[in-house]
Design a protein around this ligand. Structure first.
Ligand code: SF4
Length: 317
């Protein structure tokens, strides 16, 4: 668990504090040069700064993988967790401390494979947090194994002749779960869209799932290379309730007006198509949020002891 030390926590907090980007900077990021994770880290720091989130009120939870090194690179609280278990850890944090700003960072292997069960149930529980799933179609940290989202035919060390199966579509999966409330997709090579999407996710009430298409120049360069070079291969979903970035109008001519309240349309648009779609697919703030419907009141140590003793007394002989 990252510790902020006494400078923030016990040496007197000042409500007039103003946070700058540097205040959120942790250790120097050690991802490969050109890795898309660097851009995501910058976008996240911009959101923290623009929303003026106090570092001591902000928590980043991750699993295992390249992107899961995220908490080390931010000067907030952090929990570099267990493979596939970032979401239940973060849900526990949010249930106990609903006042905290909770972010989860996972890779595609982490979320869609070993963590798939937790992923499905966290969508249904709909806790108020942002989940960033950095999808590069490969297990990068362990040096190039086929992940669940690797497209059919993509070679790796474990499937050198190419992935045998079609890749899982994380957007369609998320949109198929009861109580899903926010589903978006963005790309690390588009900083304005990346920032706007993470900001919209943060401002959402409930569980905001963002799939970030993330370049891994080490192992899966081919995955997004064409779309990075040719804006004609990208389609933006635009709507006042979604993400709209006017400065992108000149670059991306394929734009579709999509109302994120329309779940059926969101499911159709989430299917793989001719172009990569970026934007908010679905947003609904009327669904139950778990920490609100399942609020557990805080009790003093003495009260907890009294309740335990009363329970044990029921079995006294
Ligand atoms: Fe990034 Fe790929 Fe390097 Fe991992 S292996 S740090 S995902 S470029």
């Amino acid at each position: 668990m990252t510790d902020l030390g006494c400078s923030l926590l016990s040496c007197g907090l000042d409500d007039d504090r103003e946070w700058a980007m540097d205040d959120y900077a942790g250790a120097v990021a050690r991802w490969c040069a050109g890795c898309g994770d660097h851009a995501v880290l910058t976008a996240v720091q911009r959101v923290l700064e623009s929303e003026q989130l106090p570092p001591e009120q902000t928590v980043f939870v991750s699993g295992i993988g390249c992107s899961s090194r995220f908490p080390h690179y931010l000067r907030t609280y952090g929990f570099h967790g267990v493979h596939g278990r970032a979401l239940p850890i973060a849900t526990g944090v949010k249930l106990r401390r609903p006042d905290l700003h909770v972010f989860v960072v996972m890779g595609d292997g982490d979320c869609c494979s070993i963590g798939a069960g937790h992923w499905i149930h966290t969508i249904r529980y709909n806790p108020g947090m942002v989940a960033l799933m950095l999808d590069n179609g490969v297990y990068g940290l362990t040096k190039n194994q086929t992940s669940p989202t690797a497209p059919r035919g993509l070679p790796s060390n474990t499937q050198p002749r190419g992935a045998w199966l079609p890749g899982m579509n994380p957007l369609s999966v998320t949109l198929g779960v009861t109580n899903a409330s926010f589903v978006a997709q963005t790309g690390d090579w588009n900083p304005a869209h990346l920032y706007a999407t993470i900001l919209a996710a943060y401002r959402h009430r409930g569980f905001a799932f963002v799939r970030v298409l993330q370049r891994c120049p080490q192992y899966t360069t081919a995955l997004f290379d064409k779309a990075v070079r040719d804006p004609d291969l990208v389609e933006l979903l635009v709507h006042p309730d979604g993400v709209t970035v006017p400065e992108l109008d000149r670059i991306y001519k394929h734009q579709t007006r999509h109302d994120p309240a329309d779940l059926d349309a969101a499911r159709r648009l989430a299917e793989d198509g001719e172009r990569i779609r970026l934007g908010v697919f679905y947003r609904n703030e009327t669904h139950p949020v778990y920490e609100e419907v399942r609020h557990v009141p805080s009790r003093s140590a003495a009260e907890k002891l009294r309740l335990i003793e009363a329970e044990l007394d029921r079995y006294a002989v």
